[in-house]
Design a protein. Structure first.
Length: 154
């Protein structure tokens, strides 16, 4: 049986807090890349809050799935960047699928003409959300590691 240490909980809290701030800012900044940009302010605010909460669920679920799959009880002291890398790969993979599903298949939202679009495995997806799931988790993991070192947890 694997015991979850206080270090895991502390690292998880730091990572999710840093992710929340980063995703909130990113969602606000990328609004012009979606057609919601032309909607009323309250619709934009709802979209930002809704998407940020979704981002946090993705951040939590990808990290927990990675911890279950590849971490050991000594994480975050051991295998920190391995866990971070796998978590980011899962986040990017889910984002590619979700953007394709919600833009192309369901038409739940749409890109504005300003969104750079790339083709990945034949799926046309916006570049900003892909960058988001590299930049924000990488930053959040860096913050997590620095705070854990400073607190002498690792």
């Amino acid at each position: 049986m694997i015991m979850i240490s206080a270090n895991w909980i502390s690292a998880l809290r730091i990572y999710l807090s840093a992710s929340a701030g980063g995703h909130l800012v990113w969602e606000i900044l990328q609004l012009p890349l979606y057609t919601i940009w032309t909607a009323q302010f309250r619709d934009q605010a709802f979209a930002v809050i809704h998407c940020t909460l979704g981002d946090l669920l993705i951040a939590l679920s990808t990290l927990v799935a990675t911890l279950v799959a590849v971490a050991n009880p000594a994480w975050p002291r051991d295998r920190f960047w391995r866990v971070a890398t796998v978590t980011m790969l899962l986040g990017v993979s889910y984002t590619i699928f979700s953007e394709w599903l919600n833009v192309v298949v369901r038409a739940s939202w749409a890109y504005s003409e300003w969104m750079p679009v790339v083709s990945i495995f034949g799926l046309h997806v916006g570049l900003s959300p892909i960058f988001q799931w590299v930049v924000i988790p990488a930053t959040a993991f860096t913050i997590t590691q620095k705070r854990m070192v400073r607190a002498k947890f690792v």
